[in-house]
Design a protein. Structure first.
Length: 276
């Protein structure tokens, strides 16, 4: 995956909205009860996250730029080229974080991005502000004039409420979010906004993606494509369709080129944390 693109994570933490005011989060964001931050000296270690039902999390081998992008994803941050400034070590140094959440907190997993913002401020002394900048993008739109969905896109019946997510012996097929393996992207109870943001992270897309479908529900889908395609105009691959073609044929959606004023985060200050 290109250096400007977000890594596609097995767990998805869920349009460009209002400008981000750093001070707004400083007083209102929840925080982890306790967190341990240590350098990971294995520069080749893959980034991995494990989240518990109560919101506690273990981050292994994470770059700070990935943590920032995850923490502010709901504010329209999809890609690393939306992070401006900061020292080079943000994309080089890796860290392991073990963060414990309050076991009594309500809807703790959905509060994870906000708790991560607090951790970045407290332990990495992160300070930033938001701007908008013109950049090439795609609009995710309906491919058919009649608005029909593709055969692999359907409204979801999965319950993603906090109660269902923390139930004892939950159904393993009832997970929520987006999971990706080579050539297959699967979504459960995903909004069109989430799908658009996920698509931006693939090398063949490599642009900010805005949801313009008008779809307001949550959907299940499976998208099968050939990773052999490097660009939208590549010759037909015997391994399967390109991501662009699969999106239209299987989900009834397409990516329409456009230029937008996208949100960016300007990093004013950040420090390496003292290990504990």
């Amino acid at each position: 995956m290109g250096p400007r693109s977000l890594l596609t994570l097995a767990i998805v933490i869920s349009a460009c909205g209002a400008a981000i005011a750093q001070g707004r989060f400083a007083s209102s964001d929840p925080a982890f009860e306790v967190a341990s931050v240590k350098p990971n000296l294995n520069l080749d270690a893959p980034e991995h996250i494990s989240v518990q039902p109560n919101g506690s999390a273990r981050f292994t081998g994470f770059h700070v730029r990935t943590l920032i992008a995850m923490a502010y994803r709901a504010e329209g941050i999809q890609r690393f080229d939306q992070l401006v400034g900061g020292p080079p070590w943000l994309s080089v140094d890796r860290f392991d974080i073990i963060a414990k959440a309050d076991s009594q907190a309500q809807d703790a997993p959905n509060r994870l991005p906000a708790m991560l913002r607090s951790l970045l401020r407290d332990r990495f002394r992160l300070r930033l502000h938001s701007e908008t900048r013109q950049m090439p993008a795609y609009g995710l739109v309906m491919a058919r004039r009649d608005g029909r969905l593709g055969r692999n896109l359907r409204e979801s019946t999965i319950d993603c409420s906090g109660t269902a997510a923390t139930a004892v012996n939950p159904n393993p097929d009832q997970w929520c979010g987006i999971r990706a393996t080579s050539g297959v992207i699967t979504g459960h109870a995903v909004s069109a906004v989430q799908l658009a943001g996920n698509l931006s992270g693939y090398p063949t897309v490599d642009r900010f993606v805005t949801d313009r479908t008008g779809l307001t529900g949550r959907y299940d889908f499976e998208l099968q494509y050939s990773p052999a395609f490097l660009e939208p105009g590549d010759a037909v691959s015997s391994a399967g369709p390109s991501l662009f073609t699969a999106l239209t044929e299987q989900l009834g959606l397409r990516l329409q080129p456009e230029t937008i004023a996208a949100p960016v985060l300007v990093i004013d200050h950040v420090e390496r944390p003292a290990p504990d």
